[in-house]
Design a protein around this ligand. Structure first.
Ligand code: SAH
Ligand code: SF4
Ligand code: F3S
Length: 466
């Protein structure tokens, strides 16, 4: 670990100890309500923030009403994510009037943007704490300032460092999320992520493996390795380790039975990675490979660095080595300048690849990104019509893909009770498909054989094989 990082970690620990001592003398533990928006990286950051809160003597609650501390970890990727956050913090104003000692904090990607922090400073005076993604490690110090009665804003850019923290309050066993790198260098022209998360930086293999071993010791069977573009893992390190190499090391950790990862950028999928995936049984045969759109003209404007043809070649290679692969993707509809002809190409790539799952979004203008200044040609109404059409096409494909599982037996890791029916358990196949089936809660965390008896668009139903 770099020297500066070590020192900052010591400072972090000092503040954790200080707040812990103050909380220990209270008649009850203070309660924190933490809500997370956005992607798995943000969820992982929240697990670390919650770990720090736990170490500081906080307990957690499920509503803002009971909370002594409310913390929203925010996402900036689309406008509607931002609007929800403003709505939520606006709604806390009356609560804060009734309970002035309550601390309200907002952190994460949205807060890394200066114009947003400024808006909160001026218009949301009941918010006590604002800090961006680069200041997560300073949370205990920031919280200490707010507990003393100050308003703390901390969103300067201190890119380039990785601040390890040993605190982590994981949300959902049996799966553990393990960040392997932070930031993004790709600057897709529509995307805010590189501006709010900074440049790519990889954690050391030593720290990653230490964390994987620790979760294995705690009984976690599945890990998800996280990064905005995991395939470029290691490019900033000096030891020559690649993502494929890291995966092989992770496979050797005893107790870990399944390894997934997200997200893969098509431009960086190497033959080495495909080979390592195909050779190792522990690596789940699942790949999230965002294509964003099917038209070369638009892909170029998006700065995605691959063509439709190159993308299809990768899919072909992956399917040749792993015919059972479950493929998913992200699509943006209505990128500036996208015509109906471009959109037809997106429909055609969906039909050609036949993805198991598609996450689709209508383009959302992000201040400060190059695409925000590009001329547009379709109306919002036309974009929505295309979006609906695409979803219809994809739903049929997804159902057809799921139908192929009928009658098959799948290895399923039981994750918990089904959200819609307490008599059912919910788990995932190796490919990551959700399966619901009758069974007792003692099976949670086990990997069992389930025969698929019914297929739906978004999930499968099954029966346990005794
Ligand atoms: N690093 C990942 C994804 C990060 S954001 C990758 O490159 O695939 C997740 C998804 O949000 C993106 O894949 C994209 O489809 C979508 N997205 C990003 N910016 C967007 C915007 N301005 N409007 C609409 N969707 C967007
Ligand atoms: Fe955004 Fe592109 Fe980076 Fe993904 S690869 S986070 S879409 S800039
Ligand atoms: Fe959103 Fe930040 Fe993730 S902008 S998608 S939470 S990296």
């Amino acid at each position: 670990m770099k020297e500066v990082s070590r020192k900052l970690l010591d400072v972090q620990q000092d503040y954790i100890d200080k707040i812990r001592l103050e909380n220990d003398v209270l008649t009850r533990k203070p309660l924190a309500f933490v809500e997370t928006y956005g992607c798995a990286q943000n969820e992982s950051d929240s697990e670390r923030l919650k770990g720090m809160l736990e170490a500081m003597g906080y307990d957690f609650c499920d509503s803002t009403e009971e909370a002594d501390l409310v913390l929203y970890n925010t996402c900036a990727v689309r406008e509607n994510a931002e609007l929800r956050v403003f709505g939520n913090i606006g709604a806390l104003k009356h609560q804060k009037n009734r309970k002035p000692e309550m601390i309200i904090g907002v952190c994460g990607c949205m807060m890394q943007q200066a114009h947003i922090a400024e808006e909160i400073r001026k218009k949301y005076k009941h918010v006590d704490i604002v800090f961006g993604t680069h200041a997560l490690f300073k949370f205990p110090e920031i919280l200490d300032g707010a507990r003393k009665g100050g308003r703390i804003f901390e969103n300067e850019n201190c890119d380039g460092e990785i601040f390890e923290t040993e605190s982590c309050h994981r949300d959902n066993p049996p799966l553990a999320k393990i960040p392997i790198m932070y930031g993004c260098n790709n600057f897709c022209t529509y995307c805010i992520v590189p501006y709010v998360r900074g440049r790519e930086r990889s954690r050391s293999a030593e720290n990653i493996l230490k964390e994987i071993k620790a979760v294995a010791d705690k009984g976690y069977k599945e890990i998800m390795l996280l990064g905005q573009n995991v395939n470029s893992y290691g490019k900033d390190l000096e030891d020559g380790l690649t993502f494929a190499g890291l995966l092989e090391m992770a496979c050797k950790v005893e107790g870990i039975e399944r390894i997934r990862f997200m997200t893969s950028h098509p431009k960086d999928i190497s033959d080495e990675l495909i080979d390592v995936m195909a050779r190792n049984d522990k690596i789940c045969k699942q790949l999230h490979l965002p294509v964003q759109c099917g038209s070369d003209r638009i892909l170029k404007k998006m700065n995605r660095s691959y063509t439709r043809e190159k993308y299809l070649e990768i899919v072909k290679k992956v399917r040749q080595r792993m015919p059972q692969i479950v493929l998913s993707t992200d699509i943006i509809v209505g990128f500036p300048g996208e015509t109906n002809e471009d959109f037809e190409e997106t429909l055609s790539i969906l039909k050609e690849v036949e993805y198991d799952l598609v996450f689709s979004f209508i383009y959302s203008k992000r201040k400060g990104t190059p695409a925000a200044k590009m001329p547009d040609c379709l109306t919002e109404d036309e974009k929505h019509k295309n979006f609906d059409r695409m979803q219809k096409v994809q739903n049929e494909i997804a159902k057809k893909r799921n139908d192929a599982y009928f009658g098959k037996t799948e290895r399923v890791l039981v994750e918990g009770l089904s959200k819609t029916n307490a008599e059912f358990l919910s788990g995932r196949t190796e490919g990551g498909k959700v399966v619901n089936f009758r069974g007792g809660s003692e099976l949670v965390g086990e990997i069992i054989d389930v025969k698929i008896t019914e297929t739906k668009t978004w999930s499968l139903m099954g029966e346990i094989i005794k």
